[in-house]
Design a protein around this ligand. Structure first.
Ligand SMILES: [Ca+2]
Ligand SMILES: [Ca+2]
Length: 88
């Protein structure tokens, strides 16, 4: 993100809640934190989480990780629930 190019059609653009960052519409609800504040992954705007919900440890993640990352021997949740409680 960064400065919004003037040539970019507005319908392609999602403005983040902080009103400074932006991302492309097709980056919304893809499970990755493109805004930095996860407003592109907001529960109000996106379908319900189909993966595992937890507080994540990586900046690139929001509060929903894909089921493929359950029990993969790699910590994704602060409480390790993706490795302990999550079922694929
Ligand atoms: Ca995203
Ligand atoms: Ca994991």
């Amino acid at each position: 993100s960064g400065d919004l190019p003037n040539s970019l059609p507005r319908y392609l653009v999602f403005m983040c809640d902080n009103q400074k960052s932006w991302t492309y519409m097709d980056k919304m609800c893809d499970g990755r934190n493109h805004c930095g504040d996860c407003s592109d992954e907001s529960e109000l705007l996106c379908p319900a989480c189909t993966g595992w919900k937890c507080v994540t440890v990586f900046f690139n993640d929001c509060d929903c990780i894909p089921k493929s990352r359950c029990r993969d021997n790699f910590q994704d949740c602060t409480d390790m629930s993706d490795e302990k409680n999550c079922t694929k």
